[in-house]
Design a protein around this ligand. Structure first.
Ligand SMILES: Nc1ncnc2c1ncn2[C@@H]1O[C@H](COP(=O)(O)OP(=O)(O)OP(=O)(O)O)[C@@H](O)[C@H]1O
Length: 265
């Protein structure tokens, strides 16, 4: 489904501001895999998402989606098969347009893929049914301007818009981080439900270790542009927050120890 081979990305190369954002990243997602991504600030998580979605091209390495090499395919050409939800609830929707207009926009952007569930139904009814599945009563507010919705409602709508055309890959970039705890919990539950319902192949960045363990079947930890830990389905099911923190400290500690060893030479 998704194959990343030896991806590298350096910003401002050969300048004093040089930053290695990704190094030697190889990642393989099978259809239906749901991988949670954790890591410290600046670890390269968003850059990884940007390379998958086509916002950025890697300096080296390749990205394949559904067997097609998309390494240099521009973002707008990938948007048909990639759904993405950002941290900022304002980012995924158009505030001056109604809920129905926003849905229509997402629908037409992806319609060349074919809407398996939408073709036989009246479009409006399909939108209404999709909105009802969020359990927020938005199906009764199709003509409301999206700018009037709360952050949580907007994020639920963004999630719906990113998924109702069943993308090959769903990218969730800290999509609950800007919400208060109860709304974040609601969006987390919706995410679980939607991903499961459509069997979506998903990559989710989060700073919340509990969320990283509760959701998905695999987990990766990043640091300084590298994947420093990969937990398979079996391993992840047995992981605890304490173990994750310990592991992170162990890896970071070793790096510090190495640095010290190097400095002392
Ligand atoms: N456009 C850019 N130009 C220069 N440096 C960049 C750019 N984008 C990212 N970086 C740098 O690359 C590194 C990785 O950044 P990235 O945003 O991918 O990290 P992240 O893991 O998502 O961090 P956070 O959790 O803080 O959002 C950071 O050191 C960042 O400062």
């Amino acid at each position: 489904m998704l194959q990343m081979h030896s991806i590298g990305k350096i910003f401002n190369e050969t300048t004093p501001d040089e930053k290695i954002a990704l190094q030697n990243i190889s990642l393989h997602l099978n259809k239906g895999d749901f991988v949670t991504v954790i890591g410290s600030n600046g670890a390269g998580k968003s850059t990884l998402m940007n390379v998958i979605s086509g916002v950025l091209s890697p300096d080296v390495g390749s990205v394949e989606i559904n067997g097609q090499n998309v390494t240099n395919l521009p973002e707008y050409k990938r948007s048909r098969f990639i759904g993405r939800v950002f941290q900022d609830p304002m980012a995924g929707t158009a505030p001056t347009m109604t809920i129905e207009e926003n849905l229509a926009m997402a629908y037409s952007r992806n319609k060349s893929r074919g809407l398996r569930k939408g073709v036989d139904k009246d479009r409006k009814e399909f939108f209404r049914d999709s909105l009802a599945s969020l359990h927020l009563g938005l199906e009764g507010r199709m003509n409301a301007k999206v700018g009037l919705l709360s952050g949580g409602e907007r994020q639920a709508l963004s999630l719906l818009m990113a998924t109702f055309t069943e993308p090959s890959i769903l990218l969730l970039d800290e999509h609950t981080a800007a919400l208060d705890p109860s709304r974040a919990q609601l969006i987390t539950e919706l995410t679980k439900e939607i991903v499961q319902k459509h069997g979506l192949t998903t990559l989710m960045v989060t700073h919340n270790m509990k969320q990283a363990l509760d959701l998905g079947n695999r987990l990766i930890m990043m640091d300084k542009g590298e994947i420093i830990l990969e937990a398979s389905e079996n391993e992840k099911s047995q992981l605890t927050i304490e173990q994750l923190l310990k592991e992170f400290q162990r890896i970071k500690g070793e790096q510090m120890a190495n640095d010290r060893a190097l400095l002392s030479m």
